[in-house]
Design a protein around this ligand. Sequence first.
Ligand code: NAP
Length: 232
Amino acid sequence: MRKVLITGSNRGIGLALTHQLAAQGDVVFATCRQPEQAAELRALAHRYPDQVHIVGLDVTDEASIQQAFHVIARMTPALDWVINNAGVLVEGESLRTLDFATVMRVFDVNTLGPFRVVQRFLPLLQGSKQPLICQMTSIMGSIALTEGPGYYSYRGSKAALNMMSKVLAHELRPLGIPVVLMHPGWVRTDMGGPQAPLRPEDSARGILRVLSTVTLRDTGRFLTWEGKELPW
Ligand SMILES: NC(=O)c1ccc[n+]([C@@H]2O[C@H](COP(=O)([O-])OP(=O)(O)OC[C@H]3O[C@@H](n4cnc5c(N)ncnc54)[C@H](OP(=O)(O)O)[C@@H]3O)[C@@H](O)[C@H]2O)c1
């Protein structure tokens, strides 16, 4: 039985991960910005009352992360996995229309958010015998695979997340905590859109299969939900 913290667990891939972990008997600290509006997540918590604990957490707000830390630290001395899943994507960007406040907001969520969470929750990860940090990134953050214009903020924020997480992997290696970058595939969520080929539950199943095999030897790797390596 693992204890797992997930950000952005009220919909999309985060909700699917929460569902599958709970169904297999793991305990999930399912965090989201607005628990009172998270109807599907609340239904899951009702179905799995011993497995799913809903906790408010906005990855851009240090006070809310601190508050979530106090709530979770009261429930457990250790966390096995932290899955930094929350993310945002802005459509229709071009040089002419680029809005810098929006770019900053996307970096705030996608790049800095995971680091705020890891910084605060590191003591609980250090209490685990098999700790792991999973940073939900994207193939769109791969510089090597970039084709065509657009998505400045999303692509930039995920490329920056990749780099900062690589550095984090080096810093946490002596502590025995692996850090992996995970591309979940193109998934049918609010972000991925209705054309996406993958269902959230299929992506989540693949992600969990890959994460369950990760050891310190894999730290700093950029992997897909199918366990394939991606170029930076
Ligand atoms: N779907 C794809 O095809 C795809 C492909 C590659 C990578 N990804 C990555 O996979 C992750 C999950 O994507 P998804 O498709 O499940 O997206 P989604 O359906 O749009 O869900 C995004 C989640 O992030 C949360 N979130 C946004 N801002 C937040 C904040 N400031 N604090 C806490 N939570 C916040 C949202 O909460 P609210 O409901 O409160 O907004 C929501 O729970 C993201 O990191 C995304 O970049 C997705």
